[in-house]
Design a protein around this ligand. Structure first.
Ligand code: SF4
Ligand code: SF4
Length: 721
């Protein structure tokens, strides 16, 4: 991983009274160390990737404290790591992206929740729900409910989030139950500051190891008959203990308002949006002083019935602001109020939408509807005018547009090595016919968008090959599965490859070997080339040669007989390999490894090297592609085959050419795909390859002079692609 978090790592060392400034997720990282964790693990994924990234880079400092850090193979291995807290007084934390990561971790989570824990165990989940989400729209709450895990959802303010993390460990110990802390995207990225406390070295740790294991205790094993007792303990002891701790330490907050006839109960993570919505109506100021009383649930499960009843009692109506469905919290609040004889009208879904992110606007519309009916005297004119202005602006834009704007989905990066594979796939299908493509999670899922539109389904990370098992037998043509190297190690090797080999699956698997788990922030994996190989490649300014052949050896070792390795950028070779795989007489699993380093990571390595070369007055050469607009016919077949954002359109300026011509914008990194596509697809010969030479030597100058070019430090040697 090349992104440097050295500033954040330095901030982790801050002690009593010093200020910590930054993003919410980094505050959580510091809070873990202030809580005395002995071990930390996780699997990266937005919006919590930085937690692991920073801790992995802070390994030296953590070793000083005695904190063990483990970059886990997947979320299941991270959840299983918390098993250390079952017997031992070790505080531990793990992290992943939810809901997808929680799905992967579910088995270990159930078996952890059953016996419970001795040392505090905290799972920090990036709750990726809402308009910016990159995963299925589900909530972690359902998992917490079914396994009786504590679920914290702190109000997004840094000092408060740190306080809640510290309490989370004590709460977990008081209730002998693992806790989850859910952080929405906005909470992870909210910025602020807090006053630090000293980090706490764990009393038992790698620096101060235990002599003996715990005495054998069958009651802590997640296996019948212990599990029968565990279930009883959850309801008779653990959850009541949790409720006592939550109430005694005032983990939930009440912000008294000026009115007492209506109120709002909000999940902590939505508090900032609620206050912003109230401010539109003049019912709150920017600092949260609200006209309406608000109960903030920093702990969403379990609820404390007394707190709910006390807040609701005497009010005409209470609005519950809970994002997503089903409305578990709202239903429980209604039940608590009803069983406690509180006759307050409780609403949530209805005024507020059943599904989707609760933006400030969505909350404001719900609040307006609720207050109209239950506090008719309130002046809501300012907020209504604001909502009307939003409606008017949308209507005005719709009127101006003759047709809706085309969607602008995310794209492969410029020069991504995965783009050429899908260009080759388009060409191959022209020869062999359309094939069913089982897609996967990772950058390659961008191929489901235009201009590739490939990928019939996505069933989970590393699940593509497994997900075609039912399709293959029902399809005359072979089925193709796409998987990244990250997905291969996360899950694909066992659920896909092993299963296909065992069952004699006849399919084509393409593994994108780009060297990292790129989509989550280019973290290293077990097949990432080692530092020496990276340094060597960087020193030469070269593309990273993939010296690590663990995937190839693993596939061969497990019994894959048909295995090809193709440079991702060689479109013609890739097309040929794909056609071979689809037409081969061999009826087993056929694997093509598409090898090409993640361009994002390569640029991070090569840019500093190039700057050093230039500063030292050394010759550097960069490749750029261009389109000769005189030759370009304007049919845009190159764009339909490439999808590179730097391959664009411009007016030809030629009155005889009606259509705009293709053009290559400045961002071109010279990946070579334009040239490859032109050859492999026999496109018009309008592409040229240019070499931009800085600090040219005498040969370059001579060559340029011969061609009649200027050599003002740059040598635009161009040749047909
Ligand atoms: S991060 Fe790397 S693999 Fe992902 S789209 Fe960008 S270049 Fe391609
Ligand atoms: S060569 Fe073509 S595909 Fe590659 S970066 Fe340049 S414009 Fe994009």
């Amino acid at each position: 991983m090349e992104v440097s978090f050295s500033r954040e790592v330095r901030m982790l060392r801050r002690g009593n009274g010093e200020l910590f400034e930054g993003e919410g997720i980094l505050a959580i990282t510091k809070a873990l160390l202030q809580s005395g964790v002995a071990y930390v693990g996780g699997y990266q994924g937005a919006p919590v990737s930085h937690l692991m990234d920073v801790l992995v880079q802070a390994k030296d400092y953590l070793a000083e404290l005695g904190v063990h850090v483990e970059a886990c193979a997947n979320e299941a291995s991270a959840a299983a790591m918390l098993g250390a807290s079952i017997h031992y007084p070790l505080r531990g934390a793990v992290t992943w992206k939810s809901i997808v990561g929680t799905n992967v971790a579910a088995d270990a989570l159930s078996n952890l929740a059953s016996p419970g824990v001795t040392g505090g165990a905290l799972i920090v989940v990036g709750e990726d729900y809402g308009e910016g989400a990159s995963v299925v729209q589900e909530r972690t709450l359902a998992f917490a409910l079914k396994s009786s895990l504590l679920l914290l959802d702190p109000r997004p303010e840094l000092a408060h989030m740190v306080r809640i993390v510290e309490h989370a460990f004590a709460l977990s110990e008081a209730a002998s139950t693992p806790a989850m802390l859910q952080l929405r995207i906005r909470a992870c990225h909210v910025r602020g500051r807090f006053e630090c406390r000293d980090n706490v070295a764990p009393p038992v740790s790698a620096k101060n190891a235990m002599e003996d294991p715990a005495a054998f205790d069958y009651t802590k094993v997640s296996h019948p008959p212990s599990t029968y007792r565990h279930e009883k303990l959850k309801t008779s002891e653990r959850l009541p203990a949790a409720r006592r701790y939550i109430a005694d330490h005032a983990l939930n907050e009440v912000f008294a308002g000026r009115r007492d006839d209506v109120g709002i109960i909000v999940l902590g993570g939505l508090y900032n949006s609620l206050v912003r919505a109230l401010a539109q109506f003049g019912l709150a100021d920017a600092f949260g002083a609200s006209a309406l009383p608000i109960l903030v649930l920093n702990v969403v499960y379990p609820l404390v019935p007394d707190e709910i009843r006390t807040f609701c009692a005497g009010k005409r109506a209470v609005l519950v602001v809970e994002e997503g469905q089903p409305e578990f919290v709202e239903q429980e609040i209604i039940t608590i109020a009803d069983r406690g004889g509180v006759d307050t009208r409780i609403e949530g879904k209805g005024p507020l939408p059943m599904a989707g992110e609760y933006t400030v606007e969505a909350i404001a519309r719900g609040v307006a509807d609720f207050l109209d009916r239950h506090a008719p005297g309130l002046a809501l004119d300012d907020g209504r005018a604001w909502l009307a202005s939003l409606d008017a602006r949308r209507a005005e834009i719709a009127k101006k547009l003759e047709q809706p704007l085309p969607p602008r989905p995310p794209q492969f990066c410029i020069g991504c090595p995965e783009r050429p594979v899908f260009a080759a796939m388009k060409l191959a299908q022209q020869d062999i016919g359309p094939v069913h493509v089982a897609a996967d999670i990772g950058c390659h899922s961008f191929a489901t968008f235009e201009p590739f539109s490939q990928g019939h389904s996505i069933l989970g990370y590393g699940m593509s090959l497994a997900s075609r098992a039912g399709v293959s037998p029902a399809m005359k043509r072979r089925v193709m599965a796409i998987m990244g190297d990250g997905g291969f190690w996360h899950n694909g090797l066992l659920t896909g490859v092993q299963s296909a080999l065992f069952n004699g699956g006849d399919a084509v698997l393409v593994i994108m070997k780009n060297g990292y788990t790129s989509a989550t922030g280019t973290q290293d994996i077990i097949s990432t080339p080692d530092d020496d190989a990276k340094d060597d490649a960087s020193d030469k300014g070269a593309s990273l040669v993939h010296t690590n052949v663990l995937i190839e050896r693993t596939l061969a070792g497990i019994g894959v007989k048909w295995l090809r390795k193709v440079d991702s950028y060689r479109v013609g070779e890739m097309r040929d390999a794909l056609e071979d795989a689809f037409t081969s007489d061999y009826a087993g699993l056929k694997v093509i490894i598409a090898e090409g380093e993640c361009q994002l990571e390569r640029e991070r390595r090569v840019k500093p090297w190039r700057a050093k070369q230039l500063a030292a007055g050394k010759r550097t050469m960069r490749v750029k592609y261009g389109v000769d607009e005189d030759t370009c016919s304007g049919d845009h077949s190159c764009i339909r085959l490439s999808g590179c954002p730097t391959l664009s359109l411009k007016d030809s300026g030629d009155p005889l050419k009606v259509d705009p011509v293709a053009t290559v914008l400045d961002g071109c990194v010279g990946c070579g795909l334009c040239g490859e596509n032109a050859h492999a697809a026999s496109l018009c010969p309008s592409f040229y390859r240019g070499e931009v030479i800085q600090n040219p030597n005498w040969r370059d100058r001579l060559a340029a002079l011969r061609k009649g070019e200027t050599t003002g430090g740059r040598c635009p040697r161009a040749r047909q692609a």
